[in-house]
Design a protein around this ligand. Structure first.
Ligand SMILES: C[S@@+](CC[C@H](N)C(=O)[O-])C[C@H]1O[C@@H](n2cnc3c(N)ncnc32)[C@H](O)[C@@H]1O
Length: 348
């Protein structure tokens, strides 16, 4: 039996127990039909148990948190983190009816985890559902969407100084092209960045969409998907320092788990997924001696068991209901021991 199967209560699935007075149609469904991605799969993977402490690093509209709260029950504690004040407002609605004890930390997740660690908090399970929430995309005025005319903002945390407007109007053409290529895998990064620089100052998402369209060949504008999709993704990742945030948070998150704790991450593009995969695989690596040595001299033992040999992705039914789920990849790992302990439990 795999560790995932051991951890997941048999037949554990999304429950549907709330009454019609609930503002949400389904308990995992947030405001205005927000659907958490891979919700049943994530809960099965981390297998929350009654009375446990679980950290949700990306609360959003609380879709995953609702399911976890039901599993950990009145004696359990769910600690929610998010850097977006709108998520905090949703948390306030969530906590009034949550099935468990709750707490919210309004901060970037690596800082919040550090803060919780300094308080001595250890979690039985922890998860991240990366990227932006539908609440953010749907709030047209925040500038995340290429479908609405809005100021060039894209900040998850409005207290932050860097906005999309600052980037498009101050970065050099080379910096813009590199960002579009690396974070958006945009083929026409060179042409688009040239148009952005030529059209400065850009003040709205419509200005940016026009520059993007002008920077690509006519045929590419009518290909699959919106022509601005990749550039908007790249800009959002850059504005919010999303890759740096993940790199900083993963080791702190892992340290925050008790032995036997489970960690899961849902990512939405290959740059994130690659980081998660490498992080878990490194922790699961045992002996690091050169292969030519006949016996192990390093004594290194794995700290983790990877619970997902391959990433879990959404089925056709979920993608049909929620197209955003198409690119989601879920990975998880089980903590076997602390980093500074040898297998006998002695601290090195
Ligand atoms: C995909 S949504 C989470 C949705 C949530 N799981 C649900 O079911 O409603 C991601 C959330 O994480 C937050 N977020 C992303 N990166 C973050 C970071 N580095 N620190 C704190 N919050 C972050 C965003 O503000 C957003 O609300």
């Amino acid at each position: 039996m795999t560790a995932a199967a051991r951890l997941a209560p048999i037949g554990a699935k999304v429950s549907d127990s709330r009454q019609s007075h609930n503002p949400f149609d389904r308990p995992e469904q947030g405001p205005r039909g927000h659907l958490p991605v891979l919700a049943g799969e994530l809960v099965d993977l981390i297998g929350p148990q009654l009375g446990e402490t679980v950290i949700d690093c990306t609360f959003g509209a609380g879709g995953h948190a609702r399911l976890v709260a039901e599993r950990i029950g009145a004696e359990g504690t769910l600690i929610a983190i998010d850097r977006d004040p709108v998520a905090q407002a949703h948390f306030q609605a969530f906590e009034t009816e949550a099935a468990c004890r709750t707490r919210f930390v309004a901060a970037e997740f690596s800082q919040a985890l550090k803060y919780l660690q300094n308080e001595g908090i250890r979690a039985s399970a922890l998860y991240m559902d990366l990227g932006m929430s539908s609440l953010q995309v749907d709030a047209a005025e925040r500038g995340f969407s290429y479908s609405h005319d809005a100021p060039l903002d894209m900040r998850m945390d409005p207290r932050q100084e860097l906005t999309a407007e600052v980037i498009v109007n101050t970065w050099s053409e080379q910096q813009l092209a590199q960002m579009l290529r690396e974070l958006g895998e945009e083929r026409y990064a060179g042409g688009i960045s040239r148009q952005i620089v030529a059209r400065r100052p850009l003040t709205s998402t419509s200005d940016l969409v026009e520059a993007i369209k002008a920077g690509m060949p006519a045929a590419a504008r009518f290909g699959s998907g919106h022509p601005a999709r990749r550039s908007f993704q790249a800009l959002r990742i850059a504005v919010n320092g999303e890759l740096e945030a993940v790199d900083a948070a993963l080791p702190i998150a892992w340290d925050s788990l008790e032995i036997g704790g489970r960690m899961a991450v849902i990512s939405f593009h290959s740059l994130e997924d690659r980081r998660i995969k490498r992080f878990f695989n490194d922790l699961a690596t045992g002996c690091t001696c050169p292969p030519e040595l006949p016996v192990c001299v390093c004594g290194h033992e794995p700290e983790a068991e990877v619970l997902t040999r391959r990433p879990i992705s959404a089925g056709e039914e979920e993608v049909g209901m929620n197209p955003r789920a198409r690119s989601a990849r879920l990975r998880g790992a089980l903590k076997l021991r602390e980093a500074n302990e040898n297998p006998a439990g002695e601290v090195r």
